[in-house]
Design a protein around this ligand. Structure first.
Ligand code: HEC
Length: 505
């Protein structure tokens, strides 16, 4: 588990950059549209003043002004009364277009702001539109009433506005012969001024927006980086604690492994010792037994009753001790013999075990039932026969005095292969003793008259475990016990409900 690399930092910086850039773009667009509104308002104002003044002129049918060098008669105005002589002074008619031109020229001289009268069908060629005006005029034919555009060229950055002029009653006086009708678009007044005039108001706000976004980005990025650094430190601490913990667990595990190794070694030594001792005890014991018999045979007649009884105890004790030593050796052997697992038919194994128990079976008149056929398992046939013999033998040994003994042997699939069950209707095993009975020389009831040294179950357990299985006791219904043990299967067994079992583990 590792904290993701610095991609997180880079990613969040990039994300903030995108967000801040979007906000900046949005705010700048807002300011631009604000600038556009200001420009439109300015242009409309001028347009409406010029339009009104022109209308005023038109309603008078044109106005007379003295002819001067700057204001000669309008060669395009066709009117018999264009020039009049009043008291020796020459006056000429100033039509709205002429007036507009003169005012516009005056204005132009002051710079920055200008306007111009134009039309797509000019009477005076000088009134012809420039390309931008022509385009604006053509949009009026489609019903628009005004156009505003920011026009940027290498020379200038300007707002250009055009408002339309409609034909009114007063205009027809002079323009009727051009076939204009009332309400038609006659032309327009274009207003032009430097964008700088409007932008002067907007630019400080733009700068502010830039600064604000810059500062905002730095703050957001800083806060994010600080937070991630904090997170990273926490994570590192956590990882370190985890590593320390893991190291500790590994250390403990190592120690435990050592202890287990030591234990196994001393266990093996102990077993070897027990085997050697048992083995070496056989000879002297045999001697005690045979000499006791010899004494009995040769001098039995010379002994009194007490002497013979004592000799009897001695022989009996020697026999019991021999049995114990034999069992111990058998137990040791069960732990030492190499196991070469082969496919083994438990059916055969059980028959062999029962054959060994013939005498006990006849004596107890017990019934051995097979519940279904027994499977083929992987193991050592002779050792498995020993297990079954010990278990069935135990069942006969601990049968209930009031019931005819009944032993049932069955098998069922198990997560580890097969589970073999040997059930009886005997005296049962109390819960407290269920672990103990599998230990060497631990008998259920030492005082009972039942013969045996208490090694049988220990041997069975050793053999089962050396086959990779385990053995345990359960209650049988309605009486008795079931000895159960597991053995590996030769071919995988389909265990019903094994998934749930695995999940529960
Ligand atoms: C007194 C006569 C007269 C009246 C009234 C008059 N005009 Fe004109 N107008 C002219 C003449 C002459 C011209 C052409 C030359 C010039 O003076 O630039 C002209 C030119 C124009 C032009 C410029 C394009 C061109 O044809 O050269 C427009 C647009 C225009 N008039 C619109 C109007 C409108 C709209 C009205 C009514 C509000 C109006 N005029 C009233 C005489 C008049």
């Amino acid at each position: 588990m590792r904290f993701p690399g610095y991609a997180l930092e880079l990613g969040s910086l990039a994300a903030w950059a995108v967000l801040v850039a979007l906000s900046l773009w949005h705010n700048l667009a807002l300011l631009d549209s604000q600038a556009r509104e200001v420009a439109t308002a300015r242009a409309r104002m001028l347009f409406s003043v010029v339009e009104t003044t022109r209308l005023w002129n038109a309603r008078h049918g044109g106005l007379y002004a003295p002819v001067t060098e700057d204001s000669p008669p309008n060669e395009w105005l066709v009117d018999p009364l264009r020039d009049v002589d009043i008291a020796g002074r020459l006056f000429t008619k100033i039509n709205p277009a002429y007036m507009t031109r003169q005012v516009s020229e005056l204005m132009d001289r002051r710079g920055g702001l200008s306007f111009r009268l134009t039309s797509l069908k000019p009477i005076r060629p000088g009134n012809a539109p420039d390309p931008w005006e022509a385009k604006a005029l053509s949009t009026f034919e489609q019903g628009k009433s005004e156009v505003l555009e920011r026009v940027r060229t290498d020379q200038a950055d300007q707002y250009r506005y055009m408002g339309r002029l409609l034909v009114e009653e007063a205009c027809l006086h002079c323009h009727a012969n051009q076939n204009y009708k009332l309400g038609e678009v006659r032309g327009g007044i274009s207003v032009t001024f430097d964008a700088a005039q409007v932008l002067a108001e907007i630019n400080p706000q733009k700068q502010q927006t830039f600064v604000l976004h810059g500062v905002g980005y730095v703050l957001l990025a800083g806060a994010t980086l600080a937070f991630l650094t904090w997170l990273r430190a926490g994570w590192r601490q956590l990882a370190q604690a985890k590593a320390e913990q893991e190291a500790m667990v590994a250390e403990r595990t190592r120690e435990l492994c050592h202890a287990v190794d030591d234990l196994a070694r001393s266990n093996t030594e102990l077993e070897n010792f027990a085997y050697a001792v048992s083995h070496d005890l056989q000879e002297p014991l045999r001697m005690i037994g045979s000499y006791a018999q010899l004494i009995d045979r040769r001098y039995g007649g010379q002994l009194d009753d007490d002497g013979r009884e004592f000799l009897g105890f001695m022989t009996g004790g020697a026999q019991r001790m021999k049995q114990m030593i034999d069992d111990l050796l058998a137990y040791s052997r069960a732990g030492r013999t190499e196991i070469n697992p082969q496919p083994v038919a438990l059916e055969r194994v059980l028959e062999a075990a029962l054959a060994n128990l013939t005498a006990a079976l006849q004596e107890s008149q017990a019934q051995v039932l097979r519940d279904g056929t027994l499977p083929v398992v992987a193991g050592e046939a002779s050792m498995l026969a020993r297990v079954l013999q010990n278990l069935v033998g135990n069942a006969l040994k601990y049968r209930h005095p009031d019931r005819p003994a009944q032993v049932s042997v069955s098998a069922r699939p198990h997560a580890q292969g097969w589970e073999i069950r040997v059930g009886d209707n005997g005296i049962g095993v109390p819960a407290a003793a269920r672990e103990r009975i599998f230990q060497v020389f631990q008998r259920l009831n030492v005082n009972s008259a039942i013969s045996g040294t208490g090694v049988g179950l220990a041997i069975a357990k050793k053999i089962v475990e050396r086959h990779g299985g385990h053995i345990w006791v359960e209650d049988n219904q309605p009486h008795g016990t079931v000895f159960c043990f597991t053995l590996p299967a030769v071919i995988p067994v389909d265990v019903p409900g094994s998934q749930q079992q695995a999940a529960a583990n």
